[in-house]
Every structure is written in C-alpha cells, then in structure tokens.
Design a protein around this ligand. Structure first.
Ligand SMILES: [Zn+2]
Ligand SMILES: [Zn+2]
Length: 658
C-alpha cells in the first residue's frame, strides 16, 4: 500500500457521522483520476508510487485532467507568452518541486485566513497539512478614509514567506481584484506557482506586465474539472457562476478530508455562456463527505436568489428599444465580460456601433476577445475618436467609471474633460453597476454632474440594469445543503455578513459548535480526529502600498498624515551658538495648512516670541541640550497655538548649531 493510500485510509477511518460516507473515497477517486491521466497514451502502467520523482519530472503528473481526456491543463493554457520548449522546461521544474516532499502525516489540518474576514477585499486563505501549504486567492483591498495617501492594501504574507519551501502554490478562484490584485506584490516575496483558469491567468499576466519581477513567474492555466497535485494535497477546480467569466470554486482534497472553498459564486440557471454552476459535482462531493466548507458571505443578508445576468440583457433590450433616438453611454465593470457582451449584442441588434472608452475596458475586451470569451460581430467596434462621425442614435459607448473613479472615462465625460466624447442632453447614460460600499459618494458626484447638465441617467435604482455576482440567502442555503460539510466557516465579508452566513449554516442543520466564525486574520482553525478548534495565530494583517513603497507606510506614518491633514504643520527654525549658549538667528516660523498667514501675522509674531522664550529658558536651565530645546518649543508653542486658534498643528522644531 502506498503511503498516500495509507493516509487516505486513515482519513477515511476517522470519518464520521451525520450520514456522510467517508472522505477517503473522494481521495481515492482523485487518485484514480491522477493515475489515469498520468499513463502515457493509455498504456496500462499502474501508479504504484504517487511520490515518484520520475513520473513527476515527466510533466504528466503535475496537472491532471479529470474529465476531458489526457490533455494536460498546461498544454491547454494561454499560449502567447511562451514557446513549447519553454513551457516544457517550466513544467519539469515545477514537477520536481512538487515531488520531493515527504508527507509527515501528523493528521492536523490548519486553515489560516490571511485576508477577507471582517472586511470586503484582499481575500486569501492558507491551508496547511503536514509539510504542505496551499494558498487560495491573493487579493487586494482599497484603502479606508483613515489611510490618507495609501493606494492599495495587500495581505501580510510573512508567514508564507517564512515557510516558502512548503508553499505548493497559489490557486486563484477568479480574476477580480479582491482575489488576484496582490499577486504582483506577493510574487515579489514568494516564488511559488500560480494556478487559475485561462481568463484569470490572462488578467494576471496583464497585471504582471506593469511590474518587473526579478524572475519569470510560473503561471499555470487550468480548466474547470481539472485536478492538480500540490504535494500531498490535490485541488479540484469546479465551475461556478459569478460576475466574471471562468470563475471556480475549489475542492481541496487533503489527507484529513475535503476542504471546499466556494470562492465568489451565484447560481445562474441561464448564464450568458450557457455554463451553469456545476451543481452535480458539488453535490457529489457533498455525498462523498466534505470536512470543511469555506463559504463566501457577501450577500448573506439578502433574501431570495440573485437574478440571472440575463435579466440585465432583457432590461437593456427594452432601454435600447425605447431610446432609438439617443446616443447611449453605458458604464459597467470592465471585468464583467458577459455584461459587456450583452451590451455589444444589443447594440448590434439595434444597428449601433460600439466605442470602448477607458483603458481597463479596452484591455479587458481585448483579452476577452483574444481568449474567446467574447464575440464581436465584424464592424461593430469603432474607435472613440470616430464617434463624432456617426449620428448619435447609431452609437453606444461602453465605458469605465461605474464606481465614480475620478480618472475614469465616464468621470471625464461627465465633467466635460473627455477630449473625444462630449455629452449633451440628447444622450442617455446608463450605470450598469451598483456602487461598491464606500464608493456611493463618488458615483453620486458623477450622477449630479450629469443631471446638472440636463443628461438623463438610468441606474439600478430605476431599472434592472445590474445584478449582483454573489449568492443571496437561498443560494447560500443551497450550497450548504449540497456540500453538507461537517464544519463550516464563513469567509469573504464583514462581521455582519459572516454572522449572517453562520445563521444560515445553523438553519441548514450544522450544529453551532461546528460553525467557526473568525474576524481575526491569522487565527488558525485546526481540525484533526478529535475535532475542530481555533488554536494559535500567525502574523497577518494589512500591508499598505503607497506608490513604489510596499509596507513602508505604517501606523506612525499614518498618524502623522492624519494629523497633518487635520490641523496642518508649523516648522520652527532657529540657530543656536553652543559656545555662548544663545540664539543667533530666528526663530522663524513656516506654516502649511494651519492658518492663512497674511491674516494672522500678529498671532504668528507672538508664536515666534513664545518659541524664542522657550529656547532661551531651556538654554538657561540645561545648557545646550538639543532635545530639551525642541521639547520646550513643542510644548509651549502647542499650548499657545491651541489657546489662540483651537487647533493642534504638528510642530516641527529645527534647531541648528552655529
Ligand atoms: Zn468576485
Ligand atoms: Zn470577491
């Protein structure tokens, strides 16, 4: 019996209860799949040793097709960047890396959320068993108002960096920023392979082009249905519906049982690409027995079902029909390939040309067309520069800016700053999106500007021009009911969403002691034969990205920025002769963001006097002690300024030696 089989049997024996057949079967099934596809050309060469280096080095074992014959996922991948020769080399190197691990089999599974709990954004979960760590998703978050100047927030991955040799790979569920956005930063610290579907990897590649990694990252494409080997674990990608094409959930087959991570999902029984969420496979896994379900929580407070993407198409069709005399400007998420496809379809149907505005929209449509996720009839797309050559009623403009982003094409159009497209009251603007929490004001600003200019705006408040990409309560219940996990952990949401999801799990019959809600990143959920519990923690949290700096903006810098933003800055400059212990020039006062200097000359003169006295007194008391002088200036001046103005600017004494 191979080591793996022993592991599986152990896992199987420990298996419980609740009418679930043991998990070992799923493992064996996955094993069989792997073995089947590893056989070259159907030769009957049984796999005796899954840990055998030679087979892995041959490249066949690393990626296994489960249901589509023997073609490996790598071979089916995005072809543009690498020649066949390069690809083979990458696969061999990769196979060897997987292969050398020895599974210790201490029987404890550790689930480590590194992002996405208690927040919307930067989703990342590490799953650890024995010597293997597998990471699911690697997203970013956008900064809060209390992070002035910060561009992005990424997860703290120091635990993974420390354990780099054990990290078998990062699996991406789909191509949204909150799942892939931190990849360029994390790959700078962590040289591990990344797996995702074609569109997901395509978007990651585009992002990586803007960064210069010091090495060629290993990106592998998979298809829904693929099973990949990651040390002693196997990951199975399963198709789901979401607001981006090619989204998957992941069943991670571990020696302790199946960990099922939903990623982001919804149930769309009439999706645009015709591919419904793979409920059959999800149900099979549930029947085989799932140890732990990590389930997204975004819409756990919303009743019912999320409507199909197709309802947006019907709504758009009606708007196109009723507004044949108008130019249509439609803003949506660039990543929502199916939405854009529907806009293109409606435009073609009503004889309109489509101009694409905004860099990310141009990029994504380009990538989606290249990869076959979108079809555009010949002659429909036109350059935004040519919009004015057509009558308004012959044109649809698809644009970025649905979140009110100040540099976006829609923003520039709304404020008459777009040099190719000028809006007039005979245009109709459609916001085919809902504002992500935090963006409402920005979106409102655009709507107000448009309305002020006499332009009619349609948004999801007045028409069905948007549907969510996330499962509402009934869909979450369906997922929980199909997967029937022993343990449940809500992920992907703020506290309120996580607890709402916990309520659903309990409603579905999962005992509350088997539901684990954590809002503390890094807190480890341990599962072994004896049960599940939170135990210990690893470093986790926010790493702030500001310009080229990653992680160099910490709490001290943020506190200073907030202070500066609130009450401004006072710089006090004086020169002291250390020999004679007296002030030889100054103090001069420079202020920024504190008061309007011209109206406050008298007060600032007094402030100079206060600083002068403070330095002199410090000199009298303790000689030429620079720290004492600075402290004295800060103390006296802040008291004086607060009394004079009610403000507490940051005070920066600069005392020079003659
Ligand atoms: Zn998503
Ligand atoms: Zn998400």
């Amino acid at each position: 019996m191979t080591e793996k089989k022993q592991e599986q049997n152990r896992a199987g024996k420990q298996k419980p209860t609740r009418g679930q057949p043991n998990t070992g079967r799923a493992e064996r099934r996955a094993e069989k799949r792997a073995a089947a596809s590893a056989r070259p050309h159907g030769k009957n060469a049984p796999e005796r040793n899954p840990g055998n280096g030679k087979r892995q080095a041959g490249g066949k074992g690393a990626l296994d097709k489960s249901r589509r014959g023997n073609r490996t996922a790598v071979a089916a991948g995005i072809r543009n960047p690498q020649t066949g020769a390069d690809e083979k080399r990458a696969r061999r190197a990769h196979g060897a890396a997987i292969d050398v691990r020895v599974k210790p089999g201490d029987g404890t599974l550790r689930v480590i959320p590194l992002g996405g709990l208690g927040e919307i954004g930067k989703n990342m979960t590490a799953i650890e068993y024995g010597e293997d760590i597998v990471v699911i998703d690697c997203g970013l978050a956008f900064p809060d108002e209390d992070m002035p100047g910060v561009d992005l927030v990424i997860p703290d991955v120091s635990y993974l960096v420390k354990n780099q040799a054990r990290v078998r790979g990062i699996l991406l569920t789909h191509g949204h920023e909150d799942h892939i956005g931190a990849i360029p930063y994390v790959l700078q610290q962590l040289r591990v392979p990344v797996y995702g579907t074609r569109l997901t990897v395509g978007i990651v590649k585009n992002k990586l082009e803007e960064f210069s990694l010091p090495y060629e990252p290993k990106l592998y494409t998979v298809e829904a249905g693929d099973v990949i080997r990651l040390g002693g674990m196997k990951a199975e990608f399963i198709h789901v519906n979401h607001s981006i094409a090619d989204a998957c959930c992941i069943a991670l087959h571990t020696p302790a049982g199946i960990v099922f991570h939903t990623g982001d999902f919804k149930l769309d029984v009439s999706p645009i690409d015709g591919k419904m969420i793979d409920l059959v496979r999800i149900g099979q896994l549930g029947a085989e027995g799932v140890l732990l379900l990590l389930c997204e929580s975004t819409n756990a407070e919303r009743a019912g079902f999320t409507p199909s993407e197709r309802t947006v198409g019907l709504s758009l069709d009606r708007i196109f029909m009723e507004n044949r005399d108008k130019r249509l400007i439609i803003a949506t998420f660039s990543s929502n390939v199916h939405r854009v496809q529907q806009i293109i379809n409606a435009s073609a149907k009503y004889g309109r040309r489509v101009a694409v505005a905004g860099r990310s929209m141009v990029n994504v449509i380009g990538a989606a067309v290249d990869l076959g996720y979108m079809t555009v009839p010949d002659g429909v797309l036109i350059d935004p520069a040519d919009v004015k050559r057509f009558k308004p009623e012959q044109v649809t403009v698809v644009t970025t800016g649905s979140q009110g982003e100040p540099m976006s094409a829609l923003y520039r159009m709304a404020f008459s700053e777009h040099n190719q497209i000028k809006l007039t009251p005979s245009d109709l603007v459609i916001l085919s999106a809902s504002a992500i929490p935090g963006n409402e004001k920005l979106v409102g600003k655009i709507i107000n500007a448009l309305v002020r200019a006499g332009i009619h705006v349609v948004n999801d408040a007045v028409a069905d021009v948007h549907v969510s990409g996330h499962a509402c309560r009934e869909e979450l219940k369906m997922m929980i009911g199909l997967v029937k996990p022993k343990y449940f952990m809500p992920v992907h949401g703020e506290e309120r969403h996580l607890y709402a999801n916990k309520g659903l799990a309990e409603f579905m019959g999962i005992p509350s002691q088997n539901v684990f809600v954590s809002t503390e990143l890094g807190q480890v959920l341990e599962i072994d034969r004896k049960g599940a519990r939170f135990k210990g923690a690893v470093p986790a949290g926010k790493v702030l990205v500001d310009g080229a700096g990653v992680g160099d903006v910490g709490s001290v810098v943020l506190r200073d920025r907030k202070l500066l933003a609130q009450d401004g800055l006072i710089v006090v400059v004086a020169t002291v002769d250390p020999q004679d212990q007296e002030i030889v020039s100054g103090p001069e006062i420079v202020s920024r963001g504190f008061v309007y200097v011209r109206d406050n000359e008298e007060m600032l003169d007094q402030a100079k006097k206060v600083a002068y006295d403070a330095i002199n007194r410090a000199l009298d008391a303790g000689g030429c002690d620079w720290t004492a002088m600075k402290t004295a200036v800060k103390e006296k001046l802040s008291k004086f300024l607060y009394e004079a103005t009610g403000r507490s600017p940051m005070i920066l004494p600069v005392i020079l030696s003659l």
